[in-house]
Design a protein around this ligand. Structure first.
Ligand code: FNR
Length: 421
């Protein structure tokens, strides 16, 4: 992997030869260009947050409230950005957040992200709502690190099956997302009356799952199993064609005749999340995997302490990028109390609002073990597939390394609360 200053000087040298990178290092420009390229419904789904978008805004203003105080004359010629998580050493203190339904922005979707992650050595958390089955992505990543993110469905056998598959395809841990047992009030999606899952997008982990297929068999045999059909319209027909095309195996006509693609969407909608979940359910997960379990969506120090009482192995401080509870505390504001509660017993990862090397630096200074990158890589994917994701990651890795060294730190271990005011 290139050192930061090499990637930076490459950009200038290529520019001198008249070649400009396809991905801007300026986040606002990157976001604007990606939005312009996206279908408006996809843009609403990806960029939008819950309600009045206050949490999305808090995630940024939270970072702005902390300032870095650079220190001088500390010999930062050599530097080391590596970080250790669960006994594995990674080149950078990042991971790629689980983000569902990536086929909305690029046909290679999760596969392009998996390949870019493997190129950089950054771990990738496969989403429960991915567009590509976890085994395919894991295969593409070879020995590069990957995790699996789980949404706890209403069917425990399905939960167990997902976890078993994650173990079998070499995932380094299970990231259980707790903040989405119900879908948030996402005004942009509601305005467009659009949910990608209705078109059969983002359900590849389900349609590739043996337990889900058995549930589908049972549903197909149940005369009361299918809800009333809405009246036919051109848009409905287009949606049906898309969901049939997306469903794995068989010809279009075979799949259409079988009725399974439409039934799979209905079954998914009926089962995908479980608002009845409680702390005691975690024992089931613990029984079904030896992998480290991380809880994603922790914002209160009492929940952090409770997670440790229940034997969890890591936490992700996150508000889901502002897509669930509007008016919520930002992740970066929540981080210090969670870190204090955990007292270095397990890794604490943070996401929601990370847009620059400075943000990464601030999160580490407040005690995070690593940070999760979300929307920025989706924008890179939108604009230039695997290469777009790779460039976004290289920009951020470089920005972080330069920030760290210019602030007077040679390694991640030297970044602490004293670096901020
Ligand atoms: C997400 N996120 C998410 N989280 C999760 O656990 N499973 C998922 O499938 C998804 N899907 C998803 C889709 C989209 C379009 C977005 C924007 C986010 C949340 C994600 O993992 C992470 O918490 C946020 O993206 C962090 O916020 P920023 O930094 O991207 O704003």
């Amino acid at each position: 992997m290139l050192k930061a200053d090499h990637w930076q000087s490459q950009i200038y040298i290529k520019g001198f030869a008249g070649k400009i990178n396809s991905i801007s290092p300026d986040f606002d420009k990157l976001e604007a260009q990606a939005i312009q390229k996206m279908d408006p419904k996809a843009a609403g789904y990806i960029v939008g947050g819950a309600g009045r978008q206050e949490t999305v805004a808090n995630n940024r203003s939270g970072f702005a409230s902390f300032k870095i105080v650079p220190r001088m004359l500390r010999n930062v010629e050599q530097s080391d950005t590596s970080a250790t998580l669960f006994g594995q050493n990674f080149a950078s203190p990042f991971w790629l957040c689980p983000i569902g339904v990536l086929e909305m922005v690029h046909p290679e979707a999760d596969l392009a992200v998996a390949r870019a992650a493997a190129e950089t050595g950054i771990p990738y958390v496969f989403s429960n709502q991915s567009s590509v089955p976890m085994e395919t992505c894991a295969n593409a990543m070879g020995t590069a690190p990957h995790f699996f993110q789980l949404y706890w469905s209403k069917n425990r056998d399905l939960v167990a099956s997902f976890v078993q598959r994650a173990e079998a395809c070499g995932c380094a841990g299970i990231v259980l997302t707790l903040d989405t047992t119900l879908l948030g009030w996402r005004t942009m999606d509601l305005d467009a009356a659009y949910l990608p899952f209705m078109e059969g997008k983002g359900i590849a982990q389900y349609t590739s799952d043996p337990v889900f297929q058995k549930m589908l068999d049972a549903k197909m045999q149940d005369p009361n199993g299918t809800p009333p059909r809405p009246s036919l319209s051109w848009d409905l027909i287009k949606g049906l064609i898309k969901s049939v095309n997306r469903y794995p195996g068989g010809s279009f006509v075979q799949k259409l005749r079988s009725g399974r693609p439409m039934a799979a969407v209905q079954l998914f909608v009926q089962t995908y999340s479980n608002p009845a979940l409680t702390w005691d359910d975690l024992a089931f997960l613990r029984e079904h995997t030896k992998l480290p379990i991380l809880l994603k969506g922790i914002l209160h120090p009492d929940d952090a302490r409770k997670a440790l009482d229940y034997g969890m192995n890591g936490l992700v401080v996150s508000n889901h990028g502002g897509r669930q509870v509007d008016g919520s505390i930002s992740a970066i504001e929540a981080l210090p109390d969670v870190v204090a509660a955990v007292d270095q017993r397990v890794p604490v990862i943070i996401d929601s609002g990370i847009r620059s090397g400075a943000d990464v630096f601030k999160a580490l200074a407040l005690g995070a073990s690593a940070v999760g990158l979300g929307r920025p890589y989706v924008y890179g994917l939108t604009l230039d597939g695997q290469s777009g994701v790779f460039q976004v990651l290289r920009h951020l890795m470089t920005d972080f390394e330069l920030t760290m060294r210019l602030a007077g730190c040679k390694s991640v271990a030297e970044i602490n609360r004293e670096c901020l005011m």
